[in-house]
Design a binder for this molecule. Structure first.
Ligand code: UD1
Length: 386
């Protein structure tokens, strides 16, 4: 049984399900894997969920728990309550969880109480920032997991330092890159200007052109950024002046960010600026297409740091720390931590303007991670059977 809940989970589960299907086509009858997909329903809007299932060819979830929004405790509690009967009904041998969202840790806890074995894909990432809800989710999930499927050696080292046994840790590479590899051709067929024009929020002037290397992409959704009116104020006025003088700003706005921008009375200011293109959340292919030719990315997303690293997009990370240090410049990547102090952000922006694209692929970020995940789970099964 595998579990997804929120947008960043979907691109991680798609290649895993495909790898199971591939394995099953050559496995003998008694060796086939029976797989059930559970969607907790943490993300439920079409453009946060359904679009991704369709684009990435993920089969419809067998079970949708429909937990929806809420505070962290509400979301986690609802997920656990709804997931418990599913565990009782299906009694899976393995529960496979991905990433670090509330669905990941909530379902891990229930799964362990019912003695299922847990495999965690994207294990061992650590920001060492306990104010991040995702860090709490990562720690809980890894502590409960029987198989720790890590994306890079730094993550393996984190797990070892915390006392995880060597035999439970497997370096498999980054599963998001499997999806990137598979989808890049489809993304490349899309037209830059159409992507933005077709997704603009109501009230915005149509864009006349959007040219390669002449726009930047902004994505912001972390509470530490968007819940603070002075940070948002600084960023919005900087985007509206200095940045938009240099290039078009394209900002696909996360639902939570939109809510806060409206609350802080910043929404209208941006809608009325013709050099800022505010769009609804974009699909996977659309964002990937924009990322291919963007001048720079300004983001607080973890997944985008990884995609930008592989594509070589100069990236300013609006965070003080990252659980993905392998993507940073000092470790071979192209991402720069800037936090959210506007003066530091401006300084990093000047540096990014000088940078060329520089793609970097860490070890095993080769598009074959999902296969290694399936192999690792099955070989752990074999060892236990012996
Ligand atoms: C969640 C994940 C975060 C991930 C992010 C990607 C946790 C703790 N956080 O944060 O790790 O990077 O998803 O998007 O799991 N909303 C909608 N429609 C939706 C989903 C959400 O309108 O389909 C709104 C709701 O008002 C909700 C808010 O967005 O209250 C936040 O959603 P939530 O799932 O709580 O957390 P994210 O901020 O999206």
């Amino acid at each position: 049984m595998s579990v997804v809940g929120a947008r960043p989970n979907f691109m991680k589960i798609a290649p895993f399900i495909e790898a199971i299907d591939r394995y099953n086509t050559s496995a003998s009858l008694g060796e086939k894997v029976e797989h059930i997909l559970v969607h907790t329903g943490q993300h439920y809007d079409d453009n946060m969920s359904r679009t991704f299932f369709e684009e990435l060819g993920i089969p419809q979830a067998d079970i949708n728990l429909e937990v929806g929004s809420g505070t962290h405790a509400e979301q986690i509690a609802h997920t656990m309550l709804s997931f418990e009967p599913v565990m009782l009904d299906y009694d899976p041998d393995w529960v496979v969880v991905v990433g670090d969202v509330n669905a990941t840790s909530a379902c891990s806890q229930v799964a362990k109480k019912y003695n299922a074995r847990i495999a965690h894909i994207e294990s061992g990432l650590r920001s060492y920032d306990m104010t991040m809800p995702e860090e709490v989710n990562r720690l809980i999930t890894d502590r409960l997991s029987d198989l720790l499927l890590a994306p890079d050696r730094m993550s393996c080292d984190n797990l070892k330092r915390e006392g995880a046994s060597e035999k439970s840790i497997e370096l498999v590479g980054n599963i998001m890159i499997d999806t990137l590899e598979k989808q890049i051709e489809k993304a490349d067929e899309l037209d830059l200007l159409s992507i933005v024009s077709e997704n603009l929020y109501e009230g915005q002037d149509t864009l006349e052109s959007l040219n390669e290397g002449q726009y930047c992409l902004v994505t912001i959704h972390r509470p530490c950024n968007i819940d603070d009116s002075s940070i948002m104020d600084d960023l919005v006025s900087w985007f509206g002046t200095e940045v938009s003088d240099d290039m078009t700003v394209v900002w696909p706005v996360h639902p939570r960010a939109k809510k806060m921008l409206q609350q802080f009375n910043l929404w209208d200011e941006m809608i009325n600026n013709p050099r800022i293109a505010l769009t609804s959340p974009l699909g996977y292919h659309e964002l990937l297409r924009l990322n291919r030719d963007v001048r720079m990315m300004i983001t607080d997303s973890g997944g985008l740091q990884e995609e930008c690293c592989v594509l070589g997009t100069p990236t300013i990370v609006l965070r003080e720390n990252t659980e993905r240090p392998i993507t940073l410049r000092e470790n071979g990547g192209i991402c720069m931590l800037a936090g959210n102090d506007i003066e530091v952000v401006k300084q990093k922006y000047q540096e990014a303007l000088e940078m060329d694209r520089r793609p970097y692929r860490p070890e095993l970020w080769d598009g074959k991670t999902a296969e290694r995940c399936v192999e690792a789970i099955l070989s752990m099964d074999d060892c236990t059977a012996d």
